[in-house]
Design a protein around this ligand. Structure first.
Ligand SMILES: Cc1cc2nc3c(=O)[nH]c(=O)nc-3n(C[C@H](O)[C@H](O)[C@H](O)COP(=O)(O)OP(=O)(O)OC[C@H]3O[C@@H](n4cnc5c(N)ncnc54)[C@H](O)[C@@H]3O)c2cc1C
Length: 387
């Protein structure tokens, strides 16, 4: 994230130009050898550090295998059978297959009907671990206020034509000159709230899909979803149907099948406030979080600016998830519990396979990886003590 302001200022400051040149050349170098950037920051750094610890301690890693069955002796779990049917015997098994984001059946069972299938999670997370737990007698309470960690998402095509989901976390909604409207052309939420809150507002307002709207100046400066800032030609995005573009707000409304006068009213009401740097209807820009996801360089309010320079653009938003929160019920040692509340000997769960201790709340980023790491550690220590 520290690089983002430098990308915005790339043509304005020599320091930013140098930093961007360094980041881009580092990435280009990585791509000569790997399928992705390998710079050890953010998630790369976390995964690399964990991998190093595993290698240093002499753990044998097997990749690209699927655990299909738990080996049991009575109620005790004693290992797994993996995809090629070979058995791995162990005193304990820790289930960590990342939840059920891509299992249509569990989505239908635990998530809101309008949640659909949109997920920013890797496609391999299909609920396998949860099914293993259930087969061993575990339960999934499914009683959280939210059984997923939500993020508004848009659907686009990568350059190679494959479909992809763009998670609208912090890059666009909070920026000055971006509003979200429902199918009636009305704003229904403070666009700068957290992604989890935003999707809950979509559910409450029945705003599925919702539309993110901005003008040319805003699109150029901040991008919109998969359209990056400073994109010279947005034609391909319009052609593929990702971006809707129109010369006037009324025309944009017609293209979105929204009542034109309603959208015009919404935009002019928002603009009147934005010219004074306020948002009387929803308070966009009122707290530190909003300001953080806005544009600190934009004054007086980092989150509001008039939508006034044609053409106008819209992207459709759907409820999506960053992970599922309903999982296997466990105790404080991360041991999986059966229906009576007794620990299933030798079986642990962590990450999104463990029923989230947040119970559907999302007080801040890190409430998924934090408990995942903490309970992975707790499970391993408890299992080691039993060994
Ligand atoms: C775009 C995005 C941004 C996010 N940002 C944040 C953030 O800023 N902070 C934060 O705390 N969280 C964030 N999250 C959420 C966080 O990444 C997840 O909650 C976390 O990775 C879940 O950890 P996990 O170990 O349960 O699952 P994962 O990290 O998904 O790992 C599960 C692994 O199990 C593998 N697997 C699945 N089935 C099988 C099988 N049958 N056999 C063997 N392996 C299997 C999968 O391939 C996968 O590699 C983000 C998520 C997304 C999608």
């Amino acid at each position: 994230p520290a690089d983002i302001p430098h990308f915005r200022n790339v043509f304005k400051s020599l320091r930013s130009t140098a930093r961007v040149a360094r980041v881009v050349s580092h990435y280009a170098w990585d791509r000569l050898f790997f399928a992705r950037g390998a710079h050890l920051v953010l998630g790369n750094a976390l995964a690399a550090r964990l991998l190093k610890s595993v290698i240093d301690t002499g753990v044998e890693l097997r990749t690209s295998v699927s655990s299909v069955r738990l080996l049991r002796s009575g109620a005790r779990v004693e290992g797994v059978t993996i995809g090629d049917a070979s058995e791995i015997r162990a005193r304990s098994v820790i289930i960590a297959t990342g939840g059920f984001s891509h299992d249509p059946e569990m989505r239908a069972r635990y998530l809101q009907r309008s949640a659909g299938r949109s997920s920013a999670v890797c496609p391999t997370n299909t609920g396998d671990g949860l099914r293993l737990g259930l087969e061993a007698g575990a339960t999934i309470p499914g009683d959280h206020s939210n059984n997923a960690f939500w993020v508004p998402s848009s659907h686009f095509q990568r350059a190679d034509g494959t479909p992809a989901v763009f998670p609208h976390t912090v890059t666009d909604r909070g920026k000055p000159g971006v509003i979200a409207v429902d199918g009636h052309g009305r704003r229904f939420v403070n666009e700068a709230v957290s992604y989890h809150e935003f999707v809950q507002a979509m559910f409450r307002a029945d705003a599925v899909p919702a539309w993110l709207i901005c003008d040319r100046e805003c699109l150029w400066k901040y991008g919109l979803g998969a359209v990056r800032p400073f994109t010279r030609s947005v034609g391909p995005y319009v052609k593929r149907g990702y971006l809707t573009c129109a010369a006037t707000v009324a025309e944009l409304a017609r293209a979105l099948k929204v009542e034109p006068s309603a959208l015009e009213d919404t935009v002019s009401r928002y603009n009147a406030d934005a010219r004074e740097g306020v948002d009387r209807d929803f308070g966009k820009g009122a707290n530190a979080y909003h300001k953080y996801v806005g544009d600190a360089a934009h004054r007086p309010n980092p989150c509001v600016a008039p939508i006034a320079r044609a053409p106008y653009y819209a992207v459709a938003l759907y409820p999506g998830d960053l992970g599922t929160s309903a999982g296997l019920r466990t105790d404080a040692n991360a041991q999986v519990l059966d229906a009576k509340g007794d620990a299933i000997a030798g079986l642990y769960a962590c990450g999104n396979d463990m029923d989230s201790i947040m119970k559907g709340a999302y007080p801040g980023p890190g409430i998924t990886l934090g408990p995942a790491l903490a309970f992975g550690y707790v499970a391993a220590m408890h299992a080691a003590r039993r060994a």
